[in-house]
Design a protein around this ligand. Structure first.
Ligand SMILES: Nc1ncnc2c1ncn2[C@@H]1O[C@H](COP(=O)(O)OP(=O)(O)O)[C@@H](O)[C@H]1O
Ligand SMILES: [Mg+2]
Length: 379
């Protein structure tokens, strides 16, 4: 399943969002335009349905409350709202629609409560809150039906689907020294601290088949790359090991503590793309990957997607990442900062961009010209 449309109102620096989504979706915009905020909408939905210590109230609280989430340029409207459409496959009609709206009590305890919660299956309305029960007992509006297994029986599929959202902002230092750092692994491990342990704990045959696929991709993306293996050292600790073809000694191997940052991030990223039926959120993967690898990322994602059924949302500021000729204008969302907040557009809905793409230019050559000032700052 994939999220085929995102609609939102008053979420952080966006007053309004209403865009269709593809299986591979790039989110492009200058620093501060809201790329992370947009990805955070999906993390928020995931936090609502999280089984251990999740829930709507916590998801709001973890973000500093309604006053931090609500768009500062929203004048009157106190409501924040999100709606997603979920389809079985790309270009299929939406099977599910889930909508949630909330605000803060204007007086008194200033609780955060739901203004609405709706679920449609095909075109049938299954849930329409506030309902009679909510009117009798308004405290019920502090929780979504989606997060409660006693209330979501008819649409639990949505909750299970959203539990598969994975957010990745891999930090190579943390992957390398995961077990050497004092303290707990951050919830959901977005920075990859427990990455090696995760690989170690899988069924060996699944692990082998995933590593093979990653190895295959690395051979295309990384010059001279030959082999990727999982090993344990004599204290039993898990490691990843690589070999390059230009190394003369047959014995020569390198372990993750010697990998380049780019190599580690790439392996972590490919690994998460292999999670089935998942939604992977990648934050600016171009950071610390070398240019050759960045240019291979987009084709690698679509190759891996052919066999898995994952959806990948990638925030980026890199024209090189978008240089692949196969990238369709619909696969690039542009974040355009304006006085009233950031506007989100599909790149091919902008006339001159569509014309240039049709003329054969790549997304990388075209879309970042939207931001000439930022580009000159970066150069
Ligand atoms: N509630 C809000 N209303 C308006 N703007 C907000 C709100 N919350 C955060 N922002 C703004 O969003 C911007 C950060 O967006 P971010 O997603 O981190 O950008 P990017 O990832 O593209 O660099 C900051 O400029 C911040 O001031
Ligand atoms: Mg960001």
């Amino acid at each position: 399943m994939i999220i085929s449309r995102l609609i939102a109102k008053n979420w952080r620096n966006f007053q309004e969002i209403n865009v269709p989504l593809r299986g591979r979706q790039f989110i492009v915009g200058p620093t501060g335009s809201g790329k992370s905020n947009l990805l955070d909408i999906f993390r928020f939905l995931r936090d609502i349905v999280k089984t251990d210590g999740g829930g709507f109230q916590k998801a709001v609280k973890d973000r500093g409350g309604v006053s931090k989430i609500r768009c500062l340029s929203a004048r009157q409207d106190p409501e924040i709202a999100i709606e997603i459409h979920i389809a079985d496959a790309l270009d299929a009609p939406a099977k599910w629609r889930y909508g949630v709206g909330f605000r803060q009590q204007p007086r008194g305890h200033r609780w955060t409560y739901l203004t609405r919660e709706c679920v449609w299956k095909d075109d049938k309305l299954l849930l329409d809150r506030p309902d009679e029960n909510d009117k009798e007992d308004p405290d019920r509006l502090t929780q979504t039906a989606l997060e409660q297994s006693a209330a979501n029986a008819e649409f639990r599929e949505i909750a299970l689907f959203l539990q598969n959202v994975t957010y990745l902002h891999l930090v190579p230092q943390l992957i390398r020294s995961g077990d050497a750092i004092q303290g707990r692994i951050i919830e959901d491990d977005p920075y990859g601290q427990g990455f090696l342990e995760r690989i170690a704990s899988m069924h060996p045959s699944t692990r082998r088949s995933r590593l093979k696929k990653i190895e295959h991709t690395l051979k295309i993306a990384v010059p001279q790359f030959e082999k990727l293996e999982f090993v344990r050292d004599n204290t039993g600790r898990p490691h990843l090991q690589v070999r390059y073809s230009h190394w003369h000694s047959n014995e020569a191997r390198q372990r993750e503590d010697q990998f380049s940052d780019g190599m580690l991030r790439l392996i972590g990223l490919l690994w998460s793309l292999l999670e089935k039926d998942s939604i992977v959120l990648l934050e600016e993967p171009e950071l610390s990957l070398n240019i050759g690898t960045v240019s291979e990322l987009a084709p690698s994602i679509s190759k891996l997607q052919r066999s898995q059924r994952s959806q990948v949302l990638v925030s980026t500021q890199s024209d090189v990442l978008l240089i692949e000729p196969g990238i369709d204008g619909r696969e690039v969302l542009l974040l355009i900062p304006e006085k009233v907040g950031t506007v989100v557009k599909i790149s091919s809905d902008i006339d001159y961009i569509r014309a240039l793409l049709e003329a054969g230019l790549t997304a990388g050559e075209v879309v970042l010209t939207r931001y000439p000032e930022q580009l000159s700052l970066l150069e």
